[in-house]
Design a protein around this ligand. Structure first.
Ligand code: S3P
Length: 424
């Protein structure tokens, strides 16, 4: 797809439902007794993979434009799938489902697309094995396909080396089936959607500092879940609103959970004019965001902030490229094991557009302010790379050609249509 510089950007976009929360609503709904109704569910390919996996394990799921209804069968109601479970491109599906499969009284094969088959699974295989699970990497490379044979599980206290909500959630889900309490301590607290939603469904789960603690064998009850707009999708329009001269963008109903809202804090620290309106603090907090074009300056992004904006670092790179001065990003080695190696891919393509950027072991250094020009960009079949460069194209001279642009269907099927509405 070919993109041009924008000479205008104004209007309102309702971003689709949060990906992390949509996945969890299906999973927890399946393990609950009774019906779970989910509104504003993200109809992205990743969340549809989660639906597909649970349907294959005997869960009836109705998916209509109005809502999805999950007919839960309780903690012990899943049945053995007749075929391999396919998580597609979704790391969240793969890692969270593994925690559930570890405790079933059947064996499952779990795989995904070429990208999933390269992503590290040791990080869940190790703790789940410590709990007593039998989980093997079929090709002996610590990646999917995984063969998971359910087994009686023990409660453990796991100290994770990475701040990862997928690892934490996988262990907590296995902990629902363990013979005692399960605890996960993280180096820095990662997104806490599992903890919030499991408690809402009736689990006995609490947090103490960087530790999440779950008790086994809760009776989960089906609930109504209203999914907030995804701040990771809003991030592209936040950046567009800040970068395009004269722009003004309104984004209603965006999730602003503090474990996810680092993009807001960083954009404001860079000088961005962002106003939060109609803040609603119930459950998963939300707000409407008003963004106005602002001159930005470089900052340092590191430490505890990183997990709160890990998926937004590609678009933050684009903001940094347009900011005056230097932006340093550290402590973000996790970028290397996302849907693509997001350090290498961002460095290669931002350089191609004229940016002064250097990759490091755990981030990048960007000397902002060079004018950007169009280039040929390969999405590497990574949705966040495609969307980040679509935004970069709005302020670049000439044409930007994004190869593999369709990959946005993973998390934001209508992304290009919504963007076009603002620049029309
Ligand atoms: C997610 C957790 C994060 C994030 C991913 C979604 C989740 O991954 O990057 O897009 O829903 O739990 P990690 O747990 O690997 O950090």
């Amino acid at each position: 797809m070919i993109f041009q510089k924008a000479n205008h950007l104004k209007g309102e976009v309702t971003v689709p439902g949060d990906k992390s929360i949509s996945h969890r609503a299906v999973m927890f709904g399946a393990l609950a007794e009774g019906v779970t109704e989910v509104t504003n569910f993200l109809q992205g390919a990743d969340c549809l993979s989660t639906i597909d996996c649970f349907r294959k394990m005997g869960i009836e799921i109705e998916n209509t434009p109005e809502h999805i209804l999950i007919h839960g069968r309780g903690l012990h109601g899943l049945t053995q799938p007749a075929c391999v479970l396919d998580a597609g491109n979704s790391g969240t599906t793969t890692r969270l489902i593994s925690g559930i499969l570890a405790a079933q009284n059947f064996e499952t094969m779990l795989t995904g697309d070429a990208s999933i088959q390269k992503r590290p699974m040791r990080r869940i295989m190790e703790p789940l094995s410590m709990m007593g699970a039998k989980i093997a990497s079929v090709n002996n490379n610590d990646c999917a396909p995984l063969c998971i044979t359910g087994a009686p599980l023990h409660g453990i206290h796991y100290h994770s080396r990475v701040a990862s909500a997928q690892v934490k959630s996988s262990i907590l889900l296995a902990g629902l089936y363990a013979d005692g309490e399960t605890m996960v301590t993280e180096p820095t607290v990662s997104r806490n959607h599992s903890e919030i939603m499991l408690r809402y469904f009736g689990a006995d789960i609490r947090t103490e500092g960087k530790t999440a603690i779950v008790q086994p064998e809760p009776v989960l009850k089906g609930q109504k879940v209203t999914v907030p707009g995804d701040i990771s999708s809003a991030a592209y329009f936040i950046a567009a609103g800040l970068l395009v001269p004269g722009a003004e963008v309104y984004l209603p109903n965006v999730g602003i959970n503090p474990t996810r809202n680092g993009i807001l804090r960083v954009a404001q620290a860079m000088g961005g004019d962002i106003t939060l309106l109609h803040v609603n603090d119930a459950g998963e907090p939300t707000a409407d965001l008003l963004i106005k074009h602002s001159p930005l300056h470089g900052i340092t992004i590191e430490g505890d902030l990183i997990p709160t904006l890990i998926d937004e670092l590609p678009i933050i790179n684009i903001m940094a490229a347009c900011a005056e001065g230097t932006t340093v990003i550290r402590d973000a080695a996790e970028l290397k094991v996302k849907e693509s190696n997001r350090i290498d891919v961002m460095v290669e393509h931002l350089k191609a557009m004229g940016c002064d950027i250097t990759g490091t072991d755990d981030g990048m250094i960007i000397n902002g302010g060079n004018p950007l020009h169009g280039a040929v960009i390969d999405s590497h079949m990574d949705h966040r790379i495609a969307m980040s460069f679509a935004i970069a194209s709005l302020i670049a001279d000439g044409e930007t050609h994004i190869k593999g642009s369709d990959i946005v269907t993973i998390s934001y099927p209508n992304f290009y249509e919504d963007l076009a509405k603002l620049t029309r």
